[in-house]
Design a protein around this ligand. Structure first.
Ligand code: SAM
Length: 197
């Protein structure tokens, strides 16, 4: 394990250090299959990718004609995402998820390795912001990491805890095992879709 100076995942510097040193074990290196299947079935949605990291999904969705935006508060992540996004680089914004405001109402928030990047004490704030950003009927779809190890990131959740976090504002309408998990998440993640009540 590399010896890092930054230890607080609530600080952009924590993530900058890891992107700059190419220590990104969460990075899928491409667009995961369940998102591909979902996008094929749903058609274009106004979408936010919070904590986007390298943001492979952004250029792919934008290429399909989706109005997608990706945000990250780490300048190093944003630089990598913009490089990956090519012609769609302007859709990558350096912003804090808790402060960013959408230009148009969101129909989808895509979750991947963002909730689990947050210390558990932050989860109620993440869930509240998801609920604030999505109107009734809009979707929160993506990958949720289930684990009980005390150290992270990634910080895993228990299913009962996820239900408690989301059930007041969201209804779970899809819950499936992904087919292409990378090692850090293998056997411990689910592709889920939650609809805003
Ligand atoms: C584990 S990485 C996941 C990146 C990407 N979603 C992926 O699947 O590869 C978590 C990302 O969330 C970003 N992040 C953490 N807290 C954030 C916040 N409050 N606002 C915006 N981005 C944040 C970090 O900078 C980092 O790029």
């Amino acid at each position: 394990m590399a010896d890092f100076q930054q230890r607080d995942p609530l600080s952009p510097a924590f993530w900058d250090e890891r992107f700059q040193r190419h220590f990104t074990p969460w990075d899928q290196g491409g667009v995961p299959q369940a998102l591909r299947d979902f996008a094929a079935a749903s058609g274009p949605l106004t979408t936010l990718i919070p904590g986007c990291g390298a943001a492979y999904e952004l250029a792919w969705l934008a290429g399909l004609g989706w109005d997608a935006s990706a945000i990250d508060f780490s300048p190093a992540a944003v630089a990598q995402a913009r490089a990956a996004a090519g012609a769609h680089a302007a859709r990558v914004v350096e912003a804090d998820f808790f402060a960013w405001q959408p230009a148009a109402p969101l129909q989808l928030i895509y979750e991947r390795a963002f909730l689990c990047a947050m210390p558990r004490a932050m989860w109620p704030q993440v869930a509240a912001r998801w609920a604030q950003l999505l109107a009734p009927g809009a979707l929160l779809a993506g990958y949720f990491f289930f684990d009980d190890a005390s150290k992270g990131p990634p910080f895993g959740i228990a299913r009962v805890q996820l239900d408690a976090l989301l059930q007041a504002d969201f209804e779970c309408i899809v819950d499936q095992a992904p087919s292409d998990s990378i090692p850090i998440f293998a056997g411990k993640e689910r592709w889920m879709i939650w609809r805003r009540r």
